[in-house]
Design a protein around this ligand. Structure first.
Ligand code: SF4
Length: 104
């Protein structure tokens, strides 16, 4: 059973609401280091995997997964610095607020 947004589990060490805090949508000056996926909130339509194909793939049901070999079961992905902007864009575009950027 899905809860309301207030009842959903929060990402560990989450320091933001997952939304940009700059007008340019580029996120904070200090790049995020991790991307956390809340599969309980996700609608499995795969928008994030299209926006961040370097890091994300989808399982057969459409849920986003870490593309790294051997890391498919994780919901806490390390983001290379060069992909921080793309990760921010995926977080901003998630219609279910199911993605969070976390500090390292
Ligand atoms: S964009 Fe959000 S809701 Fe859509 S598949 Fe990705 S995490 Fe799930």
């Amino acid at each position: 059973m899905r809860g309301t947004p207030q009842q959903r589990p929060t990402a560990p060490n989450d320091t933001s609401n997952g939304r940009p805090d700059t007008a340019a949508g580029g996120g904070p000056a200090i790049g995020p280091a991790r991307l956390w996926i809340d599969w309980t909130a996700c609608d499995a339509r795969g928008w994030c995997a299209e926006l961040l194909p370097e890091l994300l793939t989808r399982d057969p049901d459409g849920y986003p997964l870490d593309r790294s070999p051997g890391a498919h079961a994780t919901q806490d992905l390390t983001i290379p610095a060069q992909l921080a902007g793309h990760a921010r864009r995926a977080v901003d575009a998630c219609p279910r607020l199911a993605l969070r950027l976390l500090p390292d």
